[in-house]
Write a protein that binds this ligand. Structure first.
Ligand SMILES: [Zn+2]
Length: 415
């Protein structure tokens, strides 16, 4: 279930810290000498950061097995002089760059994990600007942008009024189910985060809508039996067929985009046996928390109806049961276009001459968005293709612009 808890203390803090900067403020900020120096530092450091991107990416980080790459990020955070560097209960690496005061506390994050299973060849090849390897963009680029921002802040000796907490997090992909963020916002830094930026994806993108999802494994069970001898027993596969037909009939809105999919089915024993079990995996998504909730209710009702109809059809002989196990829950949420953090991000892009468009996605920002904490996900510069495939590539042409953008945004938000 998705719940939004209004947190009065947090709302108060957001109000007094007024995390925003007008286009004019951002432009004049970009013209300040230390910031200009940080910009040239970023450009100068980029070749080294790209080698770092390759090196980090060659440390495998399969789902639920991020610890080796995490240890390396911890070492780098310490080397860069962050304070209070630690790894939390689920494996997020955390390091603090204290400001003049503890709040506002801006969290700047990138995810450690990839979608690739253990044993995947994670060697990265490189020809000039073009790098190829699993995870090279998603999200090795984000990790390196984060490191590049810390370095530039240090080398340009920039101090911020608020604090910036850097996080290399676990569990962003797939069945990782945003567990890093759930822990960070629910336990590790609960009540102590005023704004959140995730660097994920490429180019100059800004994601302000978090598409939520429910994922289920649904299992139908019955006594089964011989197809001839036990004929008359209810059939789990046929019950599941009814369930799939019902899902197929769901009406969902185009806007907010709301979707459903039966992705995998399995079950049965033999052509001449009434099966004792069948299962399917179902994915449902929406950018709107209300629509996702409605769809989820329809889904649960449909599963129960399918089992009941199957049992009725066979006069409750050898009846089937159904159970739906929630295997994934990504909360939905959004940071409004009119919110200060989005306006600041747009002003930063405009100041740096980068194209801007707001988008939607399923990223680490879903968790804070769902809690009403200002959050966006930004691209890390460069271009690329093939995310989540073994042919993933990252083109580093002018990729330093992505790090400059992240830096200016961090300073504008932490002032
Ligand atoms: Zn990613």
């Amino acid at each position: 279930m998705i719940l939004v808890f209004p947190n009065t203390r947090r709302l108060f803090l957001i109000t007094i810290f007024a995390i925003s900067a007008s286009a004019q403020t951002v432009a004049s900020l970009a013209g300040e000498a230390p910031v200009k120096e940080a910009f040239s530092i970023i450009q100068r450091n980029e070749p080294e950061m790209l080698r770092e991107q390759q090196r980090i990416c060659e440390i495998a980080a399969p789902p639920f097995e991020e610890s080796v790459r995490a240890a390396e990020l911890k070492r780098l955070f310490e080397k860069l002089g962050l304070a209070d560097v630690r790894i939390d209960k689920v494996g997020n690496v955390i390091g603090v760059r204290p400001g003049a005061q503890p709040r506002p506390n801006l969290v700047f994050a990138a995810h450690l994990d990839t979608v690739f299973p253990p044993g995947t060849d994670v060697k990265v090849s490189r020809t000039d600007d073009l790098m190829k390897g699993p995870g090279i963009g998603d999200d090795c680029r984000g990790l390196v942008v984060m490191l590049g921002v810390i370095r530039a802040l240090n080398e340009a000796k920039i101090t911020t009024k608020g604090t910036i907490t850097f996080v290399a997090d676990v569990g962003e992909e797939g069945l990782g189910d945003l567990r890093g963020m759930k822990e960070l916002f629910g336990e590790t830094l609960k009540g102590r985060i005023d704004a959140f930026i995730s660097v994920d994806g490429l180019g100059s993108s800004i994601t302000n809508v978090g598409v939520g999802s429910y994922r289920y494994k649904v299992t139908f069970k019955g006594p089964g039996g011989h197809s001839y001898g036990a004929f008359g027993n209810a059939n789990p596969i046929q019950a599941m067929g009814r369930a799939i037909a019902k899902i197929d009939q769901f009406e969902v809105p185009d806007k907010p985009k709301t979707t459903f999919n039966v992705g995998r089915v399995s079950g049965g024993t033999s052509v001449n046996a009434i099966p004792f079990e069948a299962w399917m995996e179902v994915d449902m998504r929406s950018s709107d928390i209300g629509e996702l909730g409605k769809l989820n209710e329809k889904f649960k009702a449909a599963m129960n109806e399918a089992a009941a109809e199957e049992n009725q059809r066979w006069n409750n002989r050898g009846p089937v049961t159904v159970s739906a196990e929630l295997v994934g829950l990504r909360p939905a949420g959004q940071t409004p276009e009119s919110s200060p953090i989005v306006k600041t991000a747009l002003a930063v892009n405009q100041t740096l001459g980068l194209s801007s468009h707001l988008g939607e996605g399923s990223t680490d920002s879903n968790v804070p968005m769902n809690q009403g904490i200002p959050a966006i996900t930004i691209g890390g510069g460069g271009t690329g293709s093939g995310a989540h495939s073994l042919n993933e590539s990252f083109d580093a042409h002018d990729s330093w612009k992505g790090t400059q953008r992240a830096l200016l945004l961090a300073i504008a938000l932490a002032r």
